[in-house]
Design a binder for this molecule. Sequence first.
Ligand code: NAP
Length: 282
Amino acid sequence: MILVTGATGNVGRQVVSHLRDQGAAFRALARDPGAAGLPGGTEVVAGDLSDPGSLHAALDGVDTVFLVWPFLDTEAAPAVLDAVGKHARRIVYLSMLGAQEDTGGQADPITSFHSRMERLIERSGLEWTFLHPVGFASNTLGWAQQVRDESVVRDLNGALARPLIHERDIAAVAAHVLTAPDDVHSGAEYVLTGPALVTQAEQAHAIGEAIGRPVRFEEMPEEEKRRQVLAWLPPSGLDTVMKAWAAMAESPEPVTATVEDLTGTPPRTFREWAADHAADFR
Ligand SMILES: NC(=O)c1ccc[n+]([C@@H]2O[C@H](COP(=O)([O-])OP(=O)(O)OC[C@H]3O[C@@H](n4cnc5c(N)ncnc54)[C@H](OP(=O)(O)O)[C@@H]3O)[C@@H](O)[C@H]2O)c1
């Protein structure tokens, strides 16, 4: 039995879909099962990762956990891992690219908390597999309102190229690992990327193609971007996040073959992602 956390989110929802297709035994965790909107017949159980005591019913009889960590710190993690360890044997953790590197404490706050989560999981006694995806293509849904209203994408640096990954490809790898025979992926760290580097200006163009009208890219002043970031990140992390983006422009993220190596299917292009999500931008 597999427990899928984050089951109503970008990746977890797709993990649910893959596990259903495979006929795997699983249940999905949601804070409000009634509002989860998962396909009929999915067993959805209530639980809150900020309240480890609420997880025991969901974990009953569970062998493997797909863990999505929705917080920006690891405060609740030891107690959650303790609860998981009382029931399950292994964990597949949705981490991020860079969390595996020792940056001597210089990483941005998001990479840092994923690194700390990984160290806690390694020490938990559970068998583990870490997924290290690059940025999600679904982050560009943040542009949806401007595209709908003005057919424009306003952001920093149209030339910034990234191998953004489709959430379905992360989920395909996760489902593959979650349903693999014991130990095959134990201790593995998989860097997951899309098939090619695509600039932000090209992403805007691809969204335009998907919705059938041109979408132009407009450079955003750095000060405006800093204000936007502060909507979701504490001020103490702002400079390191801005520096991380600047470094990415100088030295782009790698493109790996891991999705195809593990699932037998090449990762989807950004154009395919845009076509799948055209309705969000129309
Ligand atoms: N975006 C990127 O580019 C990127 C790249 C690499 C890694 N990541 C990592 O991916 C993770 C996010 O994945 P995602 O985009 O699939 O998620 P998401 O769409 O942001 O959804 C968040 C999920 O977390 C659940 N959740 C929130 N608070 C919870 C709580 N207190 N207890 C239990 N569940 C809770 C929500 O479920 P309910 O509200 O239904 O309970 C929802 O299913 C983060 O850890 C992020 O750092 C993101």
